[in-house]
Design a protein around this ligand. Structure first.
Ligand code: FES
Ligand SMILES: [Fe+2]
Length: 369
């Protein structure tokens, strides 16, 4: 086992220890210095899911979101292009748009009414003509890279980042192979939880089902967790589990005569997951937003194809929310344990926690890059 990494340095033996299945040191989960380093090395450089294309269906639709700790605006401009901007006014730095979502032709700052178009250009500023040397062309909103995968909008704070498709790799093809019709799903339910745990505790928890028989009796009765497959790719991993045989058929919560037979769960680096359960066509999204060393916002979005009825939707959401609530308790309990000073590195059961090692090695790779 390694000693604690001091002065923000990374022990050179850590990479080999992670490969053997030791976990990241507790300090990486508890100390503000590591949180800041991750923001810089991970969240400012990777593609982050921010929302669905349906939220900006028409030109002028907009919503606000967060990439790492940076507030952003996502909109569709007059030409139909999805665009993203830093949600900060170029005059004196006020947050520009306070609303979660809306529709309009301009963004007007609540402080001194500087007004920007949907393309981010500064259109007007009160008293602008009286100011001799004022060149409004220099004060456009700061534009960000925004790219789509099907209905999912991703934003990257790094202007020099490789395209989204490079990060996704084979993932779109694997999702298409499940039969889930991404082009026909619509969001029906969105829930938000603030969790008193580091974002990596929350991702760690998502990435293994070693705890499922112990902590999620409902899930384990539905999905055969003994025959769970985990596959690692460069920047994502997938888990799959078949519906238990006795759950198939007319009595089932899920209509397995529909498009999707098996459960498929994908984790995309660093904080996005896509979950497809058996049925006619459903997709649930988890986004884990780091708010501080020991605070994470979990956003869950439930999308369905049109033919899923209200009752099935309600049962489905209730079932998954139950699992989420069980997981939140587990995550907060781990965070408390990590902060005691009597825990440094744990040891994984790799045959069931391999995807967690894959994730922790990515954290290490990016933080030390
Ligand atoms: S800070 Fe936005 S108009 Fe002054
Ligand atoms: Fe869980």
């Amino acid at each position: 086992m390694l000693g604690e990494a001091r002065h923000g340095g990374v022990d050179p033996r850590l990479g080999a220890a992670l490969a053997e299945g030791y976990t990241l040191p507790a300090a990486w989960y508890t100390e503000p210095a590591w949180f800041a380093r991750e923001q810089e090395q991970i969240f400012r450089r990777t593609w982050q899911y921010v929302g669905l294309a349906e939220q900006v269906a028409k030109p002028g639709d907009f919503f606000t979101a967060q990439v790492g700790t940076v507030p952003i605006i996502v909109t569709r401009d007059e030409t139909g292009t999805v665009r993203a901007f830093v949600n900060v006014c170029r005059h004196r730095g006020s947050i520009l748009v306070a609303e979660e979502c809306g529709h309009g032709k301009i963004f007007q700052c609540p402080y001194h009414a500087w007004t920007y178009g949907l393309d981010g250009a500064l259109r007007a500023a009160p008293g602008m003509r009286e100011e001799a040397s004022f060149d409004r062309g220099q004060f456009s909103l700061f534009g960000l890279r925004a790219e789509l995968w099907g209905p999912f909008i991703f934003v990257n704070l790094d202007a020099a980042a490789a395209p989204l498709a490079a990060a996704l790799g084979e993932l779109p093809a694997l999702v298409a192979a499940t039969g889930a019709p991404l082009d026909r799903i619509r969001r029906r339910v969105r829930t938000v939880y603030d969790i008193a745990a580091n974002w990596k505790v929350v991702v760690d928890n998502y990435l293994e089902c070693y705890h499922c028989p112990v902590a999620h009796p409902g899930f384990t009765q539905l999905i055969d967790t003994n025959n769970y497959t985990i596959t690692e790719y460069d920047l994502f991993s997938t888990q799959g589990g078949a519906l238990r045989e006795e759950k198939q058929g007319a009595e089932s919560l899920y209509d397995t005569s529909g498009a999707v037979r098996d459960g498929f769960y994908a984790y995309l680096w660093p904080n996005f997951t896509l979950n497809i359960y058996p049925g006619q066509g459903n997709t649930s999204i988890n986004l884990f937003l780091p708010l501080g060393p020991d605070r994470t916002r979990a956003i869950f979005e439930y999308c369905f194809v049109e033919t899923v009825g209200e009752e099935e939707e309600r049962d489905f959401v209730r079932f998954i929310e139950q699992v989420q609530v069980e997981d939140i308790v587990l995550c907060e309990t781990v965070q408390r344990g990590l902060g005691t000073g009597f825990f440094d590195q744990g040891k994984l059961m790799l045959w069931q926690e391999g995807a967690l090692r894959h994730f922790q090695r990515l954290v290490h790779r990016f933080v030390t890059a």
